[in-house]
Design a protein around this ligand. Sequence first.
Ligand SMILES: Cc1cc2nc3c(=O)[nH]c(=O)nc-3n(C[C@H](O)[C@H](O)[C@H](O)COP(=O)(O)O)c2cc1C
Length: 211
Amino acid sequence: MSQFDERKSAPIVRNLPGFYNDLDASLTHAWAMLARAAADRRAAFHTPVVATIDDDGAPSQRVMVLRAADPALRSLRVHTDLRSDKLRHVGRDARVSLNFYDAGAKLQLRVMGTATVHSGDEIARAAWTSSRPQGRLCYEQQEPPGSVIEKPLAELPVDRRFAESDDGLDNFAVLVVEVGAVEWLYLAIEGHRRARWNWLGTAWEGAWLAP
Ligand SMILES: Cc1cc2nc3c(=O)[nH]c(=O)nc-3n(C[C@H](O)[C@H](O)[C@H](O)COP(=O)(O)O)c2cc1C
């Protein structure tokens, strides 16, 4: 094939997604991906990085499992240990930020919101009941997460049967994030698309941003 071969200079035709130049459709797509990811353990959005503000005002991040996403309520839900550092952080400053990245979908979402902790109430009990016995075991640990221990904790037998136990319920907490802003970055060779939506109290206000 010579360097003047026509096939070489033929433009690549790609089908861009319907939301590419559509602000409303982009936000709808973002929430649909979040809702789907909460139910799909293999989805990249299933394990966002969740950032809190620590006791010194410094950013603090960790990966968490997204348990639920509700576009109508503008809420996201994650589960954690009531004794964890992140819950102390949100007790002082409820502002949180979550970062979702799906390499296949070429999409990054930065979600900003305020967190509310639920423990021992209806929301926590419903989440506990819907979680798997295997997941509940983590909350039975006597040592608070992050505490210094003399040696690694005893190994759990890998062939154990996961009994339905409520022993960890007192340590179980649900973090509900009320979403106040969403920032979108869609990567495309035709040109990236970046947008931000702020919740104004009754509706989302969106704007395109220079990527
Ligand atoms: C894939 C993955 C999923 C995780 N999911 C959760 C989770 O849903 N809830 C949680 O509290 N910690 C989860 N963790 C552990 C946290 O990243 C973190 O180490 C732990 O919660 C302690 O954080 P903190 O000291 O900032 O409170 C997960 C870690 C990984 C790697």
